[in-house]
Design a protein around this ligand. Structure first.
Ligand SMILES: O=C(O)C(=O)Cc1ccccc1
Length: 274
């Protein structure tokens, strides 16, 4: 079985895929250069599964992933989640003094997680976004004054120097990744379900929708709104709940939700990460 992830080797996504595949037999991991390519690898028939970053404890959602799952990735379901700690390093090829750093490369999520650090230490440096942190680390090769923000593992793999460690703005930093497939997970008894829906533009409609979960005492573990992309001020809600979509209580809640929403899509049920 092939599993797609955001490469090249050394990304945080690779760390997540390594963690996930500890419990998967006979698999091969396949690198892709961008998050959309990772998500599309399943419908393109290149991989059976894919691992993508979805949210971070400092910066919040990875919007490109959230939006593609809401709007584009039809036929793709969530079958698992993986959470890993994230520690960012400042990385260069050649020795460099802070005052000589003029350009910082990294993935947009990593830049955002280190925003205060960058502003404090390198207020005048140019900050450039790359497709992944490992791509950024590759980009500093033979470039004095250009540094990358990324995982220690990427510095080791590509033989670069670590100039500073643990530079994220909040030391405790975690990213949650989702495992995608054509099917979601089977019932394990400790599951979560991700759904997206929109509600009519009338008073109390979101309250009414969430009331279904409240009445059935279904715990909600996440709620996020994203623009509907149809009209300014219209939103789609992403909600994670405890339970599997085939559990009787969740099944009946989803039925009832259907009648209180304009649009409802079940993204999948999967075991909670331990
Ligand atoms: O670029 C990477 O290493 C990724 O896997 C995306 C990412 C970036 C920053 C934190 C978590 C995931």
């Amino acid at each position: 079985m092939k599993i797609g992830y955001l490469g090249p080797k050394g990304t945080f996504s690779e760390e997540a895929v390594i963690k996930y595949t500890q419990s998967v037999k006979n698999c091969e991991v396949v690198e892709f250069n961008t998050i959309p390519e990772v998500i599309n690898c399943i419908s393109d028939g290149l991989c059976e599964e894919a691992v993508i970053p979805i949210e971070n404890s400092i910066e919040g959602s990875v919007n490109v992933a959230v939006d593609m799952l809401i709007n584009d990735a039809n036929g793709i379901m969530i079958k698992g989640e993986v959470i890993i700690p994230i520690s960012h390093c400042l990385i260069s090829d050649v020795p460099v003094e802070f005052k000589d750093v003029h350009c910082i490369l990294s993935h947009q999520q990593a830049i955002a997680q280190c925003r205060e650090y960058i502003f404090k230490k390198f207020p005048n440096a140019e900050v450039k976004a790359t497709d992944s942190t490992a791509q950024a680390v590759l980009g500093v090769k033979s470039k004095p004054g250009v540094v990358a923000i990324g995982p220690e593992r990427a510095a080791v793999i590509y033989g670069m120097r670590i100039i500073d460690r643990d530079i994220q703005d909040v030391k405790e930093n975690y990213t949650r990744f989702l495992v995608l497939s054509q099917r979601d997970g089977v019932i394990t008894g400790k599951d979560k379900t991700s759904i997206v829906f929109s509600v009519p533009n009338v008073p109390g409609s979101l309250y009414n929708a969430l009331g279904v979960l409240a009445n059935k005492e279904i715990n909600m573990t996440k709620i996020e709104s994203r623009p509907s992309r149809k009209k300014l001020g219209e939103y789609v809600f992403w909600v994670d709940i405890e339970g599997h979509r085939e559990d009787e209580i969740v099944k009946s809640a989803l039925e009832e939700l259907k009648s209180r929403t304009d649009f409802l899509k079940v993204l999948g049920s999967y075991p909670k990460f331990k």
